[in-house]
Design a protein around this ligand. Structure first.
Ligand code: FAD
Length: 387
């Protein structure tokens, strides 16, 4: 667990571990308040789309995988399907339709079309140990890592020769490294949640499992580094979104006074994001084939969002979808938009409700993971001192 102590600059960012750790309590506390607000807690999604990649995607029969929906009458009226399905006709011809989901050219993921799918109260669905594992879970992770293959020069790897987890490769281009870090950081966050809320199958009690954390995360310091990297990328996206957030109608009432509480909480989060979100997105997608590479990057990320339909555990699929959408939203903010596009008056429809919810709930998950890492370090230290 000594490996879990990180200091100094965080690679590929302009930030360091100490800065992230010193702001995390404040960030987590504000995010906890935010995600309890109705706008951020009810998420509508179609969890039962067909897996587009293989037939036998398995299903998790464990009780821990099951999930309950929220009755639509419990959702504030303005966010119910009928209200949400009033699609802005101006946006239609920029959307690419797939049955039940679509993407716009700037999107890094497929989105639901808001006419299907149930509502979930995210406050009632903890991300924790469910028992989903084995061949099916590994196949999902393997497919996601295999999306990290760019350009014709790498086409040989498409035949399945790519190792499940590639070692740090100095030959890799920056974009490829960033892709890998984002996926690995998400994987670290999911594993950390699993280990932090683990079910002891002998006693039936829930609690942190230090050995689980050591074997899945702390034994591989780079996995932990990627969690911090992801947090910085998300914070940078939030910092850039400031003007858009400030003008966003969170209560759908059209009255700014109704949004005071949400705006107050968001402005605290934005302040933190501006201090710690030190990532230079302009260093990516430069040079001769920048646009081709960017389109590939986007296409691969969209595929990741479709792979989520193959996750055979409802609870894991819900959080998998939210977090891949959250990351994709951050990438869209960073790589697709200049400051003009972030003007909410001229670009009202740029972020959909689902993307906004996913962005902040994903950041919340990463921030929670950093807190959990701290808990594990403390537990390990106490054990060490007792010996
Ligand atoms: P896995 O976590 O399945 O990892 C497979 C392999 O990937 C490892 O052997 C290792 O080589 C490599 N690897 C592991 N971590 C990293 C990393 N951070 N960076 C790079 N490489 C890595 N289970 C739950 O109990 N609760 C959940 O909420 C949950 N959500 C999930 C969401 C998704 C989208 C997916 C795909 C799976 C989810 N699972 C969940 C399953 C969980 O992630 C594991 O697959 C499962 O616990 C089995 O773990 P494992 O130790 O076999 O390795």
């Amino acid at each position: 667990c000594q490996n879990a102590v990180l200091t100094g600059p965080i690679e590929t960012t302009l930030c360091d571990y100490e800065t992230v750790e010193s702001m995390n309590d404040n960030l987590l506390s504000n995010l906890s308040d935010l995600v309890r607000m109705p706008f951020f807690r009810y998420f509508q999604v179609d969890l039962y789309r067909q897996c587009p990649f293989w037939v036998d995607h398995g299903s998790c029969a464990n009780e821990g995988c099951a999930i309950t929906t929220v009755d639509e009458s419990d959702i504030p009226e303005k966010w119910r399907a009928a209200a949400l399905s009033k699609v802005d006709p101006d946006s239609i011809d920029t959307r690419h339709e797939l049955p039940g989901c679509y993407y716009r050219d700037s999107d890094y993921c497929f989105l639901d079309d808001n006419t299907e799918g149930d509502y979930y109260d995210l406050q009632l669905v903890p991300e924790r140990y469910t028992g989903y594992s084995g061949h099916d879970a590994r196949r999902i992770w393997k497919s996601i890592y295999e999306e990290n293959c760019f350009g014709l020069s790498e086409s040989g790897l498409l035949s399945g020769k790519l190792p499940l987890v590639s070692a740090a490769d100095t030959e890799q281009c920056l974009e490829k490294k960033v892709y890998y870090k984002l996926i690995s950081g998400l994987h670290t966050s999911i594993s950390t949640h699993i280990c932090h809320e683990y079910l002891n199958q002998t006693t039936g009690e829930w609690g942190p499992n230090l050995n689980c954390f050591i074997s899945r995360v702390a034994a591989y310091p780079e996995r932990l580094q990627h969690l911090y990297f992801n947090t910085i990328v998300m914070l940078r996206a939030v910092a850039r979104l400031e003007p858009y957030l400030a003008a966003f109608d969170f209560c759908s009432s059209g009255k700014a006074e109704d949004d005071v509480e949400t705006q107050d909480c968001l402005s605290k989060i934005v302040r933190i994001a501006k201090d710690a979100g030190k990532f230079d997105e302009s260093a990516l997608f430069r040079g001769e084939n920048a646009n081709v590479l960017k389109e590939e990057f986007k296409a691969h990320f969209r595929n990741v969002s479709r792979i989520m339909d193959c996750v055979g555990c409802d609870k894991c699929r819900l959080w998998g979808k939210i977090q891949t959408t959250g990351l994709a939203t951050a990438l869209k903010i960073l790589f697709e938009l200049d400051e003009n596009a972030l003007n909410p008056r001229t670009n009202r429809d740029f972020l959909h409700r689902a993307e906004m919810i996913a962005l902040f709930n994903t950041l919340f998950r990463f921030s929670e993971s950093i807190r959990a890492v701290d808990d594990f370090r403390r537990e390990w230290k106490e054990l060490d001192e007792a010996e």
